[in-house]
Design a protein around this ligand. Structure first.
Ligand SMILES: [Mg+2]
Length: 339
């Protein structure tokens, strides 16, 4: 998968897969699903995923333990949503700071409970440690009937691209924290809506789905590579932003595209629908009182197109590493490539 190798994170994931044995009952290839799918042999697939919030804490993007708890759960559940799975429950792996473990534990638990309750699921158990710095890992398990799973692969030229909701709030919070001392948005404003019901509704309607844990541009770039298609935004970036994210962009004079290209995503669901299945999408959306946001379309070719021009998705995705993971340098380089 040469195209995938342009992205450093993809190379890292491919290397892990090369180094480790792969389960014979696992469905799909490396990179092809947001949650790993294992055939249970009874008509169901087990969906498993794990996400850890620690770099955001170390970099100072999440300062409140409640945020770390809420976002670790939201990240894991959005992976289940992106395969169309129904949750069985969650497992936590938490390292608490040794000096302040009781207070931090309670705050993490409040965030975890908030996100789990919103999605109608529960924590089954986990593991707890003490260490230098807070780290919250969340594993989510779910099931999906075999043949009804969503994957990242299946997009054809002509398919329409949607997001389940407005975008950019994760990057806007990072921008507010980094560039405005947190004055424009509070961490409590970042509450990704659970998309489990939407993922289930999209079974056999969406040709592919993926969550925006690394932002919209990274999601489209990955889908473009995996499907061998070009993906074109058919609306200006400002129209895709959450109103509060747009406000942050305007207050800080940031290009709206910067908030879609930043590595900090919002755990929203992005999906493709063949034109002939649009009536089915409309019916499913009406049942959920939900309005999917039209984002763009797939075309023959390759790469991501924004405002009518090619946009270098690999460069955007590799930029934080290329800047030595220095957030100030990253923000400046990202603004330069998105204005
Ligand atoms: Mg994901």
């Amino acid at each position: 998968m040469r195209l995938n190798d342009d992205v450093v994170e993809n190379r890292r994931l491919t290397r892990w897969a090369d180094l480790l044995p792969r389960a014979p009952r696992q469905r799909g290839g490396v990179h092809e699903t947001d949650a790993e799918l294992v055939d249970l042999g009874d008509g169901r697939l087990l969906a498993l995923t794990v996400d850890t919030v620690c770099e955001e804490i170390r970099l100072g993007l999440y300062r409140h333990p409640k945020t770390a708890g809420r976002l670790a759960v939201a990240a894991a559940l959005s992976d289940l949503a992106a395969v169309g799975a129904e949750p069985l429950g969650l497992l936590l792996s938490v390292t608490l700071p040794a000096g302040n473990a009781d207070v931090v534990q309670e705050a993490v638990a409040r965030g975890v409970a908030q996100a789990a309750s919103a999605a109608g699921t529960f924590v089954l158990g986990g593991d707890t440690n003490e260490g230098d710095e807070l780290s919250v890992g969340c594993t989510a398990a779910g099931t999906v009937p075999r043949g009804f799973e969503l994957t990242r692969v299946g997009i054809s030229p002509g398919d329409l691209l949607f997001s389940a909701g407005p975008l950019g709030l994760g990057a806007a919070l990072a921008a507010s924290t980094l560039l405005a001392g947190g004055s424009l948005l509070s961490e409590d404003d970042l509450v990704p809506p659970p998309r489990i019901a939407h993922g289930i509704a999209l079974r056999r309607i969406a040709s592919a789905a993926m969550d925006t844990s690394d932002g919209l541009v990274a999601t489209l770039d990955q889908l473009s590579r995996l499907n061998g298609v070009a993906l074109r935004l058919t609306r200006p970036p400002a129209e895709l932003l959450h109103p509060r994210a747009l406000q942050v962009a305007r207050s800080l004079s940031l290009p709206p595209l910067a908030l879609l290209a930043a590595a900090q995503g919002e755990q929203e669901l992005v999906f493709a629908v063949p034109p002939e299945r649009q009536p089915a999408l409309e019916a499913a959306a009406a049942r959920l009182s939900w309005t999917p946001v039209p984002v763009g379309r797939a075309e023959s070719g390759s790469g991501v197109f924004v405002n009518g021009a090619p946009f270098d998705g690999a460069r955007a995705r590799n930029l934080l590493g290329a800047c030595g993971r220095d957030l100030g340098a990253y923000a400046a380089a990202l603004v330069a490539m998105t204005k």
